[in-house]
Design a protein around this ligand. Structure first.
Ligand code: K7E
Ligand code: CUA
Length: 664
């Protein structure tokens, strides 16, 4: 029995909780919001939104305006749902110079562009922790390439790209000593630590990545970047913090200087120096992993050198522009004239002018040098400052109508302002603590506009509570009018940072629906049931298996022994869209396989003890999906049970003579 006093306290606590709840969270939505986001059953969304997964290592595809998550695309993390990073074919995608890495922290995305417009071909994604850049092919929505970045740590200012996808860049967030020369005291930071910027060349037709050159810059922390476009094509802009070059308690020690920098890089000039032989070869090791769409498998190779240009020696490739208080976002407007820097601790937003930067360089209007790199005078580069925009400005996107939208982490709001006049036009609260925001096509030369999405860090009371770990969240705004209108909240997969989006038509043409079985060049492909077989090579057993509605061939196997390494090479014989089969076997220390029509995938299985092991299809593929099953009999090590395989109790699973793997 509770005493009155206890009940009183409980009642008081309840009142307190109610009183603490932020007010007005529901009232920000206008009356027609539901109509604007409603996508009726059978209808398709208007926009593909690719959203970074942060610490999930993956990328989500979200439909807008509905906010529905359509798919999670595996990139840097193993994905048990479809066997990515578990199947023998996909494991090489996650190889690095440090060995197999099953996870990463994925922050930024860039859709490939032609003439500054999104072209719908590829999506690039960065990995922060073990520096890598991935390329996804948007015909198949698959990760088809991952390139490790040497001389880097914390690949944060990445993977931003130039207007014809000539380069994707990767700037190191942590200043580091060069690879192989890094066994030095941390105290020697100022002498030995550098900031490397990688320019990854992209093959025009195939999309294949290769590091064309790196620029060795002073030991700053390069945070974010965006390429020039239009008139500023040929330049790249990187924000950097920690110009103090502190190496401990950065929270305090890297916030000392009134201004850090935006570094403007003339990459066309860098190309000239490279051609003129001014680069030096550096011995490094980095993995280059490629997916082969015909062999249905990845290969990983280790590359051994990279060309490096020194910013200190080659005077006119890098310039520093002072930028207030620990810059974060670095964004370029659709015309290429305005460069917006966002100081996380600043109470204003500086906007720089490309024309003025050029003039300042021509007139040597410098305020000194930093490690041999000219510092342009702040006022000489400045177009103007947005006054009192909000607190903690982070990231800016554009609508193509002369407006900019900046996220404010500390004051939890999106602020709309005029790029030319720098006047604040509108502000809307976000719930809560917005990081990146994105306008559809908002970092291209031709924004599509219409929608803005805020990606928030904190959700508290926005969804049904699910314990201490809550989802992150996105909020959709209609930006077609003068004032932004909040339309929708939706939870996200992982922690969203940056995102990209484009109109649906761009991505719907030429999509792969299935793989032609006659084009399958996988060395273990089985192109018909009567080709299925089981072959023993010492303790390795290769199962050439097929799947078709609704059975595997073979579906019974005997003669497997403890100590065997069994490889199930499953070929899905279906030739129709949306008919994958799954494959799983009891005791596999692995995920399932999810095999697309016409594809071959391999599951490695090392049975640990004798027994009868059922295997089955995991993807509900037909009315008789549940019948899609079989057995593998595992005998003790050294047993002489002959290796046989069956379908419909016929050994050799078809007509013809009984085939048996050799048994030693
Ligand atoms: Cu601002 Cu990693 Cu782009 Cu997150 S970063 S928010
Ligand atoms: Cu195949 Cu279920």
């Amino acid at each position: 029995m509770k005493t009155y006093k206890q009940l009183g306290l409980a009642a008081l606590a309840a009142v307190t909780i109610v009183a603490c709840k932020p007010k007005g969270t529901e009232t920000a939505v206008s009356g027609d919001a539901a109509q604007k986001v409603y996508v009726a059953p059978g209808k398709l969304d208007e926009v593909y939104n690719f959203v970074s997964g942060g610490f999930s290592g993956q990328v989500s595809v979200v439909g807008l305006p509905s906010g529905r998550t359509i798919k999670v695309l595996p990139v840097f993390s193993q994905n048990p749902e479809n066997g990515y990073g578990y199947s023998e074919e996909t494991k090489p995608m996650l190889e690095t110079s440090h060995g197999f890495i099953p996870w990463d922290d994925q922050h930024h995305l860039s859709l490939s562009q032609t003439n500054g417009e999104i072209d719908g071909r590829w999506l690039f994604a960065n990995a922060n922790n073990t520096p890598r850049v991935a390329r996804l092919d948007l015909k198949s929505f698959k990760t088809v390439e991952i390139l490790e970045i040497p001389n880097s740590a914390g690949n944060h200012s990445s993977p931003f790209l130039t207007e014809n996808t000539e380069y994707v860049v990767a700037g190191t967030r942590f200043a580091v000593p060069a690879d192989g020369q890094d066994d030095v005291p941390i105290e020697s930071f100022k002498q030995n630590f550098k900031g490397y910027l990688s320019f990854i060349g992209i093959n025009k037709d195939s999309g294949e990545m290769d590091i064309t050159f790196q620029i060795e810059a002073p030991g700053f922390n390069f945070d974010l970047s965006h390429a020039g476009k239009g008139k500023s094509h040929g330049w790249f802009f990187f924000s950097c913090y920690n110009s103090e070059q502190a190496n401990t308690l950065l929270e305090v020690n890297a916030s000392q200087n009134e201004k850090d920098f935006i570094m403007a890089v003339n990459w066309k000039k860098a190309e000239e120096y490279l051609k003129a032989g001014k680069g030096k070869k550096m011995a490094v090791e980095y993995a280059h992993n490629k997916w082969d769409e015909e062999k249905h498998m990845a290969t990983s190779t280790i590359k051994k050198e990279v060309m490096v240009l020194s910013a200190e020696e080659l005077k006119d490739i890098c310039y520093l522009i002072p930028c207030p208080k620990s810059p974060h976002g670095c964004d370029v407007d659709p015309t290429g004239e305005y460069i917006v820097g966002s100081g996380k601790l600043a109470a204003l937003i500086p906007v720089f002018s490309f024309d003025k930067i050029q003039k300042a360089i021509a007139n040597k209007d410098f305020a000194g040098e930093f490690d041999g790199i000219p510092i342009i005078k702040y006022e000489a580069a400045l177009h103007g400052e947005v006054q009192k925009p909000g607190l903690g400005p982070l990231h800016t996107e554009f609508d193509g109508k002369g407006n900019a939208y900046t996220s404010h982490f500390v004051s939890s709001e999106v602020v709309k302002w005029d790029i030319k006049t720098l006047q604040v036009l509108d502000r809307q609260p976000t719930f809560y603590s917005v990081g990146h925001l994105m306008v559809v096509g908002g970092d291209s030369s031709k924004p599509y506009g219409k929608y803005l999405v805020a990606y928030n860090k904190i959700t508290k009371d926005r969804y049904l509570p699910v314990g201490p770990e809550l989802p992150q969240s996105a909020q959709l705004f209609d930006i077609s009018g003068d004032k932004m209108k909040l339309l929708l909240d939706f939870p996200t997969h992982g922690e969203p940072h940056y995102a990209q989006a484009g109109p649906a038509e761009l991505f719907m043409k030429d999509q792969v629906k299935f793989y032609k079985i006659e084009d399958n060049k996988h060395p273990y492909a089985t192109k018909g049931e009567n080709e299925s077989k089981v072959v023993r090579e010492g303790n390795k057993v290769h199962v050439y298996m097929t799947s078709i509605r609704s059975h595997f061939a073979p579906d019974n196997i005997e003669g497997i022994r403890v100590g065997d390494e069994v490889y199930f090479h499953v070929t899905n014989l279906e030739q129709d869209w949306d008919v994958p089969h799954g494959f799983a076997i009891k005791g596999a220390q692995n995920a399932e396989l999810l095999i697309m029509p016409g594809e071959t995938s391999t599951l490695r299985w090392d049975p640990k003890k004798p027994g009868m092991y059922p295997m089955y299809c995991t993807d509900f593929c037909s009315a008789l999906h549940q019948e899609m099953q079989g057995y593998v009999r595992v005998s003790p090590a050294g047993s002489n049970v002959p290796l046989t395989y069956h379908l419909n109790n016929k050994k050799d699973n078809a007509q013809g003579p009984v085939k048996q793997g050799e048994v030693k």
